[in-house]
Design a protein around this ligand. Sequence first.
Ligand code: THU
Length: 157
Amino acid sequence: MERKELIVDYSEYASVAELADDERELMERAMETALNAYAPYSHFHVGAAVQMADGTIVTGSNQENVAYPSGLCAERVAMYSASAQNPGQTMTAMAIVGYNEGEYCEASPCGACRQVMAEYEQCSEHEMTVLCYLAGGRIRRIRGVKSLLPFTFEAQL
Ligand code: THU
């Protein structure tokens, strides 16, 4: 038996203002986009912004549907749109924020979105930085999807 440990590599910032310029812009784009969510059932709005290697930013908001499982999280709307419009291009970072009852709030990506992030990260062989808005306006900056989802599913197809 060999006991092993994993490192979850992240930092926290007191506010958006403390981020580097490019990451602050990414979070601000996610914040704008959260207001475009179509969330008439949960009333929980989420915005996501993906930074591409060439500097392009692609945004997404959660889209719900009366047939509940047909809806999609903001993160996957953003990543699928980013990949559809920029096939094969590296996604270097993603910012995520919630918006509820008139205030920005914490949003941490769900398991399914983490799996999708992990695959785009593996394809590009470049770490994706994930910025999550936290309660009180703090920001969590996670270095690489491995710190969000270890032991991802990888099929040998
Ligand atoms: N949602 C996201 O868009 N991203 C997350 O990280 C968590 C949840 C959406 C799904 C649904 O439309 C609403 O938030 C409430 O769960």
